[in-house]
Design a protein around this ligand. Structure first.
Ligand code: CTP
Length: 406
């Protein structure tokens, strides 16, 4: 098992810690502290009964985030969205998990925030059962655990020993360090889906100089490409990010190659593609560049001005021609006839799939933190809802992992 100190998957990962009403809830304080020490960001959701066992103040102080218990704040009506909590999390860990909560999870009962979050979570879910030995051994509980395991919920086996009832037996919640190691391993598994793959991501806008002062560029912020690079690296890929100018921080574990113009991006991407297993073409590359760059600042004159432009080389099409059985993912940002344009690019550039976003969709496009995309390949299309760019990146990374698993 991985120890919390040596397990990089926890660094920067989002752990949603669910606490239910068991005496073992006191261990959640240590659990939270260990997760934080390992570099995870922790948010805590509690059942109303859990508050009787450990105070929200303790957990808020340790997690450095407000505690969520109710669907909304009765003071100001602010809504605690179980959907966005589930989307935020890389792992939903319910520790301690009582027999009651496990039973409700198995049946799909959704009468508190912790349970509704479980039903809408897309991330891996782990439960650390905590209860008296007879409750744990009861066929009802065992059947519920089997049902949950069949649905992909990971069970952190309880330990044997003295229980709160004074009895000896199996039912003690696993110790916090063992639970942290379990979660680390769980995230390692996810991480390994692209282990050993060498991938290129192009991102951001290119800059085409007109003279030493002016240039032609576009509104791309690079956020989508950076999010993809981060998600691929988090799954174990060795990522080279060929990027136009942005103010974004380099995602953890990603090698960054800075370029300015479409010509520089072409050189860097084509060279890197030689030893790569695939590329994701997210950059907004200029299709035209000034025919010549003035060495001195162009002074204005009375009449209008025309700048002759020539075509740049198409990086994606070049990689598409060279790719063989390697992966190539493209992007299409459209304003009209979206589907037809994206399908034409898919074929023309030899992409394995293309990510279409339309500027007509609210929340999609350049500078924001959300995107609404449709993934299109030869077999069909998958329209995703409005998601954060990080979540979109996660879905794209999953598709890429599937491509390599074929
Ligand atoms: N692309 C590229 N190199 C270029 C132009 C585009 O790698 N010189 C990539 C983009 O990163 C994206 C895809 O090609 O993955 C976009 O296809 P493209 O048809 O070039 O889109 P636009 O440039 O927007 O084309 P159009 O103006 O015809 O819509």
């Amino acid at each position: 098992m991985t120890s919390p100190e040596t397990c990089p998957p926890l660094a920067g990962r989002h752990i949603l810690l669910g606490i239910t009403g068991s005496i073992a809830a006191y261990k959640a304080a240590m659990l939270c502290r260990l997760l934080k020490t390992a570099g995870a960001e922790v948010r805590v959701v509690m059942t109303p009964l859990a508050k009787q066992f450990i105070t929200p103040l303790t957990m808020a102080t340790l997690s450095k985030n407000p505690i969520l218990v109710e669907f909304f704040d009765p003071e100001n009506g602010a809504w605690n969205s179980h959907v966005s909590l589930g989307e935020w999390a890389d792992c939903y860990l319910i520790a301690p998990a009582t027999a009651n909560t496990l039973a409700k999870m198995a049946c799909g009962i959704a009468d508190n925030l912790l349970l509704t979050t479980y039903l809408s979570a897309r991330c891996p879910v782990a439960v650390a059962p905590a209860m008296d030995l007879d409750m744990y051994a009861h066929e009802a509980t065992q059947q519920n655990l089997r049902t949950l395991a069949r649905r992909g919920v990971r069970i952190v086996e309880p330990g044997e020993g003295e229980l709160a009832s004074g009895l000896q037996g199996k039912g003690r919640m696993a110790e916090p360090d063992a639970i942290v190691a379990f979660v680390s391993d769980l995230l390692c598994e996810k991480k390994k889906s692209l282990q050993g793959k060498r991938l290129i991501v192009t991102a951001g806008a290119t800059i085409e100089a007109i003279d030493p002062v002016r240039f032609i560029s576009n509104h791309s912020s690079g956020k989508m490409g950076y999010a993809i690079a981060g998600e691929l690296a988090a799954r174990g890929a060795c990522v080279k990010l060929v990027t136009g100018r942005t103010s974004l921080p380099t995602p953890a574990g990603v090698e960054r190659v800075d370029v300015l113009s479409a010509a520089e991006m072409y050189e860097a991407a084509v060279q890197a593609f030689d030893g790569a297993d695939g590329a994701v073409m997210c950059a907004a590359v200029a299709d035209y560049t000034p025919d010549r760059v003035s060495e001195t600042k162009i002074k204005k004159c009375d009449g209008d001005m025309y700048i002759p432009l020539r075509r740049t080389r198409d990086i994606a099409a070049e990689l598409g021609a060279r790719k063989g059985s390697r992966l190539l993912v493209g992007f299409a940002l459209e304003t009209h006839d979206e589907q037809a344009h994206a399908e034409a690019k898919l074929e023309k550039k030899n992409f394995d799939f293309i990510v279409l976003n339309s500027l007509r969709d609210a929340g999609a496009g350049f500078r924001g933190d959300t995107n609404k995309v449709t993934l299109i390949d030869a077999a069909g299309r998958e329209e995703l809802p409005l998601l954060s760019k990080r979540e979109v990146a996660g879905r794209i990374a999953e598709r890429i992992a599937k491509f390599f698993a074929q």
